[in-house]
Design a protein around this ligand. Structure first.
Ligand SMILES: [Zn+2]
Length: 248
């Protein structure tokens, strides 16, 4: 009898905790139906009018909220077929991302985005080169995207490889592009690939350098940013917590 009573109390507690979490989610995410990427009212792809009236900061805010939904397990129940059909004759993505190829860091999934919402460049270690810059210039100058986001992540294998001076075919040249971040990282402690805190510090520095390189190497993007038409920024994704931390 005592056991049953104990069970009831525990169930009640569980239910109250659930309600508390749900309440917190509603407060954090706003009422259902708001937000261009998120609301149930939007069953198809992002339209030009919707994208064009958003500011770069609003777009970043939407990506942050998408990551909150991902972490809380309340991702939108999307109709991908509707998104595919609605975007088949035109695309109006709000942002262009540069991410690592890591299988655990898919931007669309971890920020709850749909078909047609973002351009997504992926290369190990999220480093830039002329082809990536050309893709970003197309995305922003010609296709109207308003945010350039470089997203690194924790425990990055490419960063570890750069720290360890790994060599393999074409990978050697790719890792050479990450090595300036290894040198530039100030860190007190063990500077090795076995030290995850150091690896993550280098990954963050690598994002900062890549953001600076994009501004330096692409006058097209730098000019758009100077005019306030786009925002170029970075973020780090934590594989363990699921949090995407934006730099600005
Ligand atoms: Zn990686």
């Amino acid at each position: 009898m005592c056991d049953n009573h104990e069970h009831l109390r525990r169930d009640d507690l569980g239910r109250r905790n659930f309600l508390k979490v749900t309440g917190a989610a509603t407060t954090a995410l706003g009422p259902a139906g708001t937000g261009f990427f998120t609301g149930p009212a939007r069953a198809d792809a992002l339209t030009k009018a919707q994208r064009d009236k958003m500011t770069p900061s609003q777009i970043i805010e939407i990506m942050k909220k998408g990551n909150e939904r991902f972490r809380m397990g309340v991702r939108k129940n999307r109709n991908y077929l509707n998104e595919q059909r609605a975007s088949a004759t035109g695309q109006y993505p709000a942002a262009v991302l540069l991410n690592c190829i890591d299988s655990r860091a898919p931007a669309e999934v971890i920020m709850d985005l749909g078909i047609g919402d973002i351009f997504n460049c992926r290369v190990a270690g999220n480093v830039e080169n002329q082809d990536i810059l050309g893709s970003m210039e197309f995305a922003c100058k010609l296709a109207g995207a308003k945010v350039v986001l470089v997203m690194g992540h924790t425990a990055c294998g490419a960063v570890k490889g750069a720290i360890d001076n790994a060599e393999l075919g074409n990978l050697t040249g790719l890792l050479a592009k990450i090595k300036p971040a290894v040198q530039a990282t100030t860190y007190k402690g063990e500077r090795s690939a076995k030290n995850y805190a150091f690896v993550d510090a280098v990954a963050r520095k690598n994002v900062e350098i890549t953001v600076a390189d994009i501004r330096k190497d692409s006058p097209v993007l730098a000019e758009l940013e100077a005019k306030g038409m786009i925002k170029i920024t970075g973020a780090m994704y934590n594989l363990e917590t699921g949090v995407v931390k934006f730099f600005g």
